[in-house]
Design a protein around this ligand. Structure first.
Ligand SMILES: [Zn+2]
Length: 94
């Protein structure tokens, strides 16, 4: 399936966020916010691989070792992302 313009814009915003994290964390969060707004406006869901990159509670960009902690639960085949901003835990299967 071809990507829509909205999807491309969302992907680009996440690429930009990735570049900002570490020195301009607030700007990274802003890019996530913009991506979510585009998604809502254009009725495009954010791809699941990108959804893992931000907190589902406070929507801040999650960078392992920096703005979140990653723990692998091998017994459950799940990865836990703990947001260091709000403490929310997102779990994803792998
Ligand atoms: Zn959070």
């Amino acid at each position: 399936m071809a990507k829509t313009i909205a999807e491309e814009r969302i992907e680009r915003l996440f690429t930009l966020a990735e570049k900002r994290i570490g020195h301009e964390d607030e700007l990274a969060d802003r890019y996530v916010e913009l991506a979510r707004k585009i998604g809502m406006k254009e009725e495009v869901s954010i791809p699941s691989d990108l959804k893992k990159k931000f907190c589902s509670n406070c929507y801040s960009y999650m960078k392992p070792g920096r703005t979140c902690e990653v723990r692998i639960k091998s017994d459950k085949s799940k990865v836990e992302y703990t947001c260091s901003k709000c403490g929310n835990i997102d779990r994803y299967g792998y």
